[in-house]
Design a protein around this ligand. Structure first.
Ligand SMILES: [Fe+2]
Length: 289
């Protein structure tokens, strides 16, 4: 195995490993260390069953729950029986009879970190490309350690020790979850409070933890001030110098650490077919930074 770093702020490809075969303890440690150092890992040319994808996640952490499970909504009703409870299907494909194959459609998924709407958000996300669109659908990642390290002093003072409310009302593509009403005020939006700066449990490094912009609210500030600070903070964070973008090919697997990264998906044509299988690992109580 070899680690080939991108020339961007994060991300590395690991070559010369077949993840469908048994991965030795030494190989697991090599992969985990590369994940810790690079925040996002790419493996190409893989062909994993659902069970393989659930086994692979064990390198990165304990078994985690899907977004639907974390929201207490259970298993997606339209999943066929062969999809294990812990697997999420991300797809725009509509089967005959109108049954969706998965979630998230073909639209843009705005910058976010997975499952920050829960008390103990997940740590790793593993996404395996089964079908990809020729145009669009790229996933980008953002290094939240660097966004924190470079934070202008004035903003650092404002967010230090502060908590933000992370809304649970919308999906990452901005669509309203059917179980909730459209919120009228971010300050009262159903959600979970998290520190705006968190300490990564493995590296001990501080990073910004923003979740998603839609209906975010900084606890203790007036709504106008909260909006102003968040706009500034997001403009600082979403700079190209912190980003690596990946163009998917069939067989790719990306593994990213939601504690210290955010991700974004470009829209793709609705007539294209895109199918991804996802597994996740459980996180741990957030350490405020
Ligand atoms: Fe996501």
């Amino acid at each position: 195995m070899e680690v080939i770093k991108t020339d961007k702020a994060l991300g590395a490809e690991i070559i010369d490993i077949d993840l469908s075969k048994n991965v030795s303890k030494a190989e697991q440690k090599f992969i985990f260390d590369a994940y810790t150092d690079n925040l996002v890992l790419l493996f190409k040319g893989q062909s994993l069953s659902f069970d393989d994808l659930l086994r692979l996640r064990e390198i990165f952490g304990a078994a985690g729950l899907t977004a639907n499970q974390l929201l207490g909504l259970g298993r997606k009703k339209y999943y066929p029986d062969e999809v294990p409870d812990d697997i999420t299907i991300i797809s725009n494909i509509i089967e005959e009879g109108g049954r969706p194959r998965g979630s998230l459609g073909n639209g843009e998924a705005f910058w976010h970190t997975d499952s920050s709407f829960t008390e103990v958000p997940i740590s790793a996300s593993l996404l395996h490309a089964i079908e990809v669109s020729e145009v669009g659908g790229e996933t980008s990642f953002l290094n939240m350690y660097q966004a924190y390290d470079d934070l202008p002093e004035r903003l650092r003072v404002i967010v230090s020790g502060r908590y933000a409310n992370h809304s649970k009302v919308h999906s990452s593509d901005g669509s309203l979850r059917p179980e909730y009403d459209e919120p009228t005020n971010p300050a009262t939006c159903p959600g979970i409070k998290h520190p705006m700066i968190r300490v990564h449990p493995t590296t001990g490094r501080k990073c910004l933890y923003l979740g998603r912009r839609l209906n975010s609210y900084i606890i203790g500030l007036g709504l106008d001030e909260s909006e102003e600070v968040l706009d500034e903070l997001w403009a600082h964070t979403c700079q190209d110098k912190y980003v690596w973008e990946h163009k998917w090919e069939v067989g790719d697997i990306l593994v990213w650490d939601n504690r210290c990264t955010m991700h974004h998906r470009n829209a793709f044509p609705s007539e294209a077919r895109r199918l991804m299988h996802k597994s996740i690992t459980a996180g741990e109580a957030i350490i405020a930074g």
